[in-house]
Design a protein around this ligand. Sequence first.
Ligand SMILES: [Fe+2]
Length: 331
Amino acid sequence: MSQPTLQATLQGLTTTKAPFIEKARANGEIYIRQPYELYSEENHRTWQQLFARMRDRWRRYANDRYLMGLDRLFTARDHDHVPRLEDVNRFMQSLTGFRARPVSGYVPSYIFFDCLRRREFPTTVTIRDGQTLEYLPEPDIFHDIAGHVPMHTDRAFASALVRFGECARTAAQLASAISDDGERLRRLTSNIRAMSRFFWFTVEFGLMRAQSQAAASNGAGNDALKVYGSGLLSSYGEIAHAIDAPEVQRYPFQIEWVVNQVFEIDHYQPLLFIVDSFDHLYQLVDELEDWIRRGKLDNVAPGEPLVKEADLRSFLDAEATPAAPDSSAAE
Ligand SMILES: [Fe+2]
C-alpha cells in the first residue's frame, strides 16, 4: 500500500473536506475501502470526544439492547481512535452477520435497502469536523458505527433491517409489472417515500417502551421510554430532547400515520413514534410489505422526503440486474 502524502494526512477524512471521497464520487464509485491511513490526529480526537461525551447520555436514554451491544462492541477496545471496519465486522460475524460496508456517500435508495437484505450496512468513513460535534444532516462514521452498529447485535432488529430490504425488492418487482411508464414512476415514488418515512421514524428516530424495570429506573426524565433510533443515539443534544422535552409529540407507532408523515432533517424532530419491542418492529416491517403488495402505499401524502431521480433509477434498474445472493442464512 502506498504511503499517504503529508497533505492528505493533514486534510484527514473530515466530512465534506476529504479529497479521497471527492475522487471516489467523481469516479461514480459507491463502494470504497476505508483508507485508515488517511485519518488525521484531529479525526481520532473528534471520535474520542464524541464517544466520551455520549457515554452518560447512552446510559441514561438508550434502550437495553443498544447498551449491551455497545458494551460488547467497545469493551476492551480503544475508544480513542476511529474504529477499523474490518475489526467491527469480525466482531459482528458470530452475532448477526451484519457487516459495515464502506461507501463514498449518498447511496440510491434501492441499493441501500438491498444492502440491508444482504446484511450489509452502507457505512460512511468520514468523520465530522471537530469544531461542530453536534448533529449534522450528513451521516458520518460516528453516526454509522456508534449509532447504528450496536443495534445490529440484536437478532430481531437485524431481521427487521433485512425485512426492509425485502420490502424494497417487492416494490421493485411490482413496479416492473406496470406497463404505463408514468404510472410506474408515480407508484414507485409513493412507495419509496413511504419506506423512507417508515425507516426514518424507526431505525433513525425511533423510541421504544422501556423493556425492564432496571431500564425504567435508570434515571431518565421520562422513565417509560428509551431511544433506539440511531439519529438520536449519535446526537448529544437530541437524545435528551427526544425523551425530556415537553414540546416533543410522542405517539404509539401507527403505520397509516407514519407513511404519510413528512419530516425535515435540519432540526430536532418535533414528532416521534413509539414501538413496544423489537419483535413489534419486525411485525411492523412485515406489515409494511403487506401494504406495498396491496397497493396501500401507492398514494401516500406528498412532501418530504423528496425522491431523487437516482432513487427511482435504482428501483427501475433492480429488476434488470440479477438478485444478489441472500445471506439471511447467517442467523
Ligand atoms: Fe443513519
